[in-house]
Structure formats: structure tokens, C-alpha cells
Design a protein around this ligand. Structure first.
Ligand code: SF4
Ligand code: SF4
Length: 356
């Protein structure tokens, strides 16, 4: 049987505390608060019952700080895996107590758990945690938990890409997946660095550049096709249970957005100067579609249609085929090396949810 997700859920995990303090951190996480769940675990897990989604889901969670610091994450993860879902977290890979607990899960559950390890190389070097990072990766791999390495390409890393490449190959045999840096506002994300040819050359030489190639194609391009985000995927606040069709500020349309000339109004909102006035007169409506924790209501899966952002907020969303006909490799083929993920994980994420 083909093991394929019924839906994709991208979840913002509660809290913004971090055990590292990277200089470029946009959330100033070292001073943040450790995340807690607002709802009882049992209720949260009932809300994730597979029949509400039509089957098992891909659950991708990331906090504004270190994800594995969220209180109760081990029990939540165990519960999600017991329900048959696939769980993936973004982590700085240095919070060993939670990683050790994950390693104690039964094998059948470990096969459906995957961790994206962001490599904050200079910070790890400064605080002496490079060994912790690689030891944890090795531990997870040996235990059959799937891993991928990620490196955000900032200017300060450029002189070190060569040594990062050598270290990763030596310690784990896996290259970091290069990613562009982005800044976000309510209108979407924009690349924060410029694509200088010297960046390009170094990334091609020293990193796994499959994601980079996709991001070059996606970022900075307005999407005008019909997008199925909201129908096959949702963005969720795990703390409150509120969900939107895509990313933070998209969901139910304002009345004006349903009018035949809404495209023209949207263009006016994007114009410099007059756009600011237009945004006040024709605002987007509050965008929450519903609350996952309201068990009385079915989850409201409706397609976004016209993307409201500058460009696709996150290139990886398109790996799930949200825009039928848009040529993007699957998640597995953009991020994974088959020897570092379980067969189940590779197969689950090697699909487009919407066929062309
Ligand atoms: S690991 Fe991530 S959240 Fe923590 S300080 Fe570094 S960039 Fe910020
Ligand atoms: S194009 Fe990207 S950002 Fe826009 S609605 Fe679709 S998935 Fe979301």
C-alpha cells in the first residue's frame, strides 16, 4: 500500500526560548519564554484523529526558538506517532534530553519521526557544542530516526563553507542543504540577502543545493496560478489551535476579494505610496479559518486560489504539489538522502498531493 499523507499541517509550536544565542537570530530567542501547551494533551491528540484529516498527516513543527524546548513535546510526539502520523521538527540539534527520549520510542514509531537539524556553525563553535550537534545526529541515525542537515547561507558563513563541508562529511557523511535567508512581514516573505555570484559558486561547490535551486525559481516571483493550499494543507498554531489556509495571514476572504475586479484591487494594494492608503480602505479580513481543537466542527479545508503574498512564502510548500502544474521536486527529492531517512519517511514525502 502506498503510504501517503492525507493532508499536510505546518505548525507553529509555542514559545520562543532557545538554548543558543546566534547573532543573526531574528527572534532574539535567548530571552524568550519556553513554550507550553494550552490544552490538555489528550484533547490535542483527539483533535488530530486521522479520520478528521482523511488519513495520516505530515506534521511539520517549528517554534520561534528551539522547538525541542517546548514543554511536553515528548508525550505529544509519542501520541502523534501512535495515531499513525509522520512528525518532523526543525531543531538546532543540541537539546539532548529530548533527543534521548525520542531514541527510546519503539522502532515502528521512530521510522515515522524526522528531524531537520539547522546547523548554526559559528555559534556552536563559540559555545563548544559542535560535538553535541554531531553526536546527536549520529545517535538519531543509529536509532533509525530520519535526519536532514540545513544551513542558512548568511554572509558570515561564506568564508567557512569549505570547513563546514569537510566537517559535515567527516562527522556524519551528509552535506547541509543550503537555504536562503528571508525576512517576513504581514504581506509575506522577502529574501534578505542578495544573490551575489560568489555566494552561488560557494553554495554549488560546498552544499547540497537542491533546495537552493528551487528557492531561486520560487522567491521573488508573484504566483498567479490557482493554489490548493488550504485544501490539502493548513498552517496551524499548535498553542491556540487556530488555523489558516496558508502561513500566518491568509484564510477566509474579505467580501471585496470575492468580487470580479478583486485582482485589480489587489494590484492597487501592492503599489508604492497609494498601496498604503488602499490597504486601509480595502483590508484583508481576519484570516483564521477555524480552531482545530473545536471538536464539534469539522476542519474547514478550502483552497486558497490566488496567492495573497509577494511570492510563495516558503518554497518547500510547493514540493507537495499545491500548485498543480508547477514543476517542483517532491519534499523527499529536495531535502533527503535516502540512506539518512527511513523507507517510510522517504515514501511518505515523495509525492505531490495534487496531481497535475
Ligand atoms: S538556534 Fe535558532 S532560535 Fe536559537 S538562537 Fe540560533 S537562530 Fe535563534
Ligand atoms: S503560493 Fe505558496 S504562499 Fe501562496 S498560497 Fe500557495 S503555498 Fe501559500
Amino acid at each position: 500500500m502506498n503510504f501517503k499523507p492525507a493532508k499536510v499541517v505546518w505548525a507553529g509550536m509555542p514559545g520562543s526560548a532557545c538554548n543558543l544565542n546566534c547573532k543573526y537570530c531574528y527572534s532574539g530567542s535567548a530571552k524568550g519564554e519556553r513554550g507550553k501547551f494550552r490544552f490538555p494533551l489528550e484533547h490535542m491528540l483527539r483533535s488530530f484523529a486521522p479520520d478528521r484529516f482523511g488519513g495520516p498527516i505530515f506534521f511539520g513543527g517549528a517554534a520561534a526558538g528551539e522547538t525541542l524546548l517546548v514543554e511536553g513535546i515528548v508525550d505529544f510526539t509519542r501520541g502523534m506517532l501512535e495515531l499513525g502520523h509522520v512528525v518532523s521538527y526543525t531543531t538546532n540539534m543540541t537539546y539532548s534530553p529530548v533527543i534521548d527520549e525520542f531514541c527510546k520510542f519503539p522502532d515502528a514509531m521512530k521510522k515515522r519521526l524526522q528531524l531537520d537539524a539547522s546547523l548554526h556553525y559559528l555559534e556552536l563553535k563559540e559555545v563548544g557544542k559542535l560535538n553535541t550537534y554531531f553526536d546527536n545526529l549520529r545517535k538519531l541515525k543509529d536509532e533509525g530516526i530520519s535526519i536532514a542537515l540545513f544551513l542558512c547561507i548568511t554572509e558570515e558563513y561564506l568564508p567557512h563553507l569549505n570547513e563546514i563541508h569537510d566537517l559535515c562529511m567527516q562527522r556524519i557523511g551528509l552535506l547541509p542543504v543550503a537555504g536562503m535567508t528571508r525576512v517576513y512581514s504581514s504581506a509575506g516573505g522577502k529574501n534578505s540577502g542578495s544573490l551575489l555570484p560568489e555566494y552561488e559558486e560557494l553554495v554549488m561547490k560546498f552544499c547540497d543545493h537542491r533546495q537552493w535551486d528551487l528557492q531561486k525559481k520560487v522567491y521573488g516571483q508573484k504566483r498567479n496560478e490557482f493554489c490548493r493550499a488550504g485544501e490539502v494543507s493548513i498552517n496551524l498554531s499548535l498553542e491556540t489551535g487556530e488555523y489558516t489556509k496558508c502561513w500566518g495571514s491568509s484564510g477566509r476572504m474579505a467580501l471585496w476579494e470575492q468580487l470580479p475586479f478583486s485582482g485589480a484591487l489587489r494590484s492597487i494594494r501592492r503599489l508604492p505610496g497609494i498601496g498604503r492608503v488602499a490597504k486601509r480602505i480595502i483590508p484583508l479580513k481576519s484570516q483564521v479559518m477555524g480552531n482545530l481543537y473545536d471538536l464539534e466542527q469539522p476542519i474547514d479545508f478550502k483552497p486558497m486560489g490566488q496567492c495573497p503574498f509577494y511570492d510563495c512564502v516558503c518554497a518547500s510548500y510547493l514540493c507537495w504539489g499545491l500548485i498543480p502544474g508547477f514543476d517542483a521536486p517532491t519534499h523527499s527529492r529536495t531535502y533527503f538522502q535516502p540512506e539518512y531517512v527511513s523507507k517510510e519517511i522517504f515514501e511518505f514525502m515523495d509525492c505531490h498531493l495534487v496531481s497535475k
